[in-house]
Design a protein around this ligand. Structure first.
Ligand code: ADP
Length: 160
């Protein structure tokens, strides 16, 4: 039974994240997506919204769970009995920071390893930041986030 965690801010979840989830579940038996409680980035969506978006978007995956977490990723991995941390790489610039995060995690706990997935070329420009920038100008985010998330974001705007 291979378990993995996929940590991130997911503010909001994008099709880039979904592609990584879709590919990761083909190589692990169980994937726990960890939504960071306190991220250094300032979030547009609340923690509960970020979790709700992900739960809705991953409804069709029986082996994916979505949980909030704070603190160190290796502790989150231990909590779920996972030995693998999944991360996605969009460009060489991601590799620079991701290498150091992966090495730090291994320094803290060498029983846990990081597995990287190179983004699909269609998603290499895509980040939560890009989605938030388009939203700030009332632009169209269809195709950039899962359809259900686009609907939830539209409904949220109507309520505001
Ligand atoms: P963090 O704040 O931890 O970087 P993100 O939500 O921005 O959290 O990203 C979570 C993970 O998903 C990271 O490993 C990031 O590189 C990866 N990721 C984000 N966007 C994409 C994308 N378009 N393609 C592939 N991986 C991505």
């Amino acid at each position: 039974m291979i378990k993995a965690v996929y940590p991130g801010s997911f503010d909001p979840v994008t099709q880039g994240h979904m592609d990584i989830i879709d590919r990761a579940v083909k190589v692990v038996d169980e994937l726990v997506v960890g939504v960071l409680v306190n991220t250094s980035k300032s979030c547009m969506f609340t923690l509960d919204e970020r979790v709700e978006f992900l739960r809705e978007a991953t409804k069709g995956y029986p082996n994916v769970k979505v949980e909030k977490f704070e603190g160190m990723t290796v502790e989150f991995a231990h909590l779920h009995d996972a030995k693998i941390i999944i991360r996605g790489l969009r460009a060489i610039t991601d590799l620079v920071s991701e290498m150091s995060i992966a090495q730090t995690n291994r320094y803290i706990d060498d029983t846990i390893d990081t597995m990287f997935f190179a983004t699909d070329i269609h998603h290499s420009f895509l980040s939560s930041t890009v989605v938030k920038e388009i939203l700030a100008f009332n632009g169209d985010i269809s195709g950039l986030v899962p359809d259900c998330v686009e609907t939830m974001i539209k409904n949220r705007k109507l309520k505001q």
